[in-house]
Design a protein around this ligand. Sequence first.
Ligand SMILES: [Zn+2]
Length: 138
Amino acid sequence: MSRDSVPAALQRRVRKRAADRCEYCRLSQVSQEAAFHVDHIQPRHADGLTTPENLALACVSCSLRKGARTHGEDPSTGDHASLFHPRWGRWEDHLDVTSDLLIAGKTPTGRATVARLRMNRPLVIEIRREEALRGRFP
Ligand SMILES: [Zn+2]
């Protein structure tokens, strides 16, 4: 079952629920050329189901960097930590946006997610600045 095999109606439901924003880095789909992915949070090969509870809207960068991973390393401790799960946790409980538009992890899960998905690359920070000027970030 490929990513494209998520039924169209379910993809629309996931996009609407996410308000067309990446559920990991909060980038808006608006003005992004590449269509965001409807991502299996728990990968299919690990029995992740194609259900609303296991799907998240992810920008192409977050989707490809997450891939089938569910865990990463908290760079502040070196400990193994689960990645942020958009259905099981609130974004604000694990992640924050700094005044200079970096995404900061507040918990081991948040820090592992920021590191694994490389959320603070210079190019993406530039995109966030442009989006902030247009009122679309954070
Ligand atoms: Zn993203």
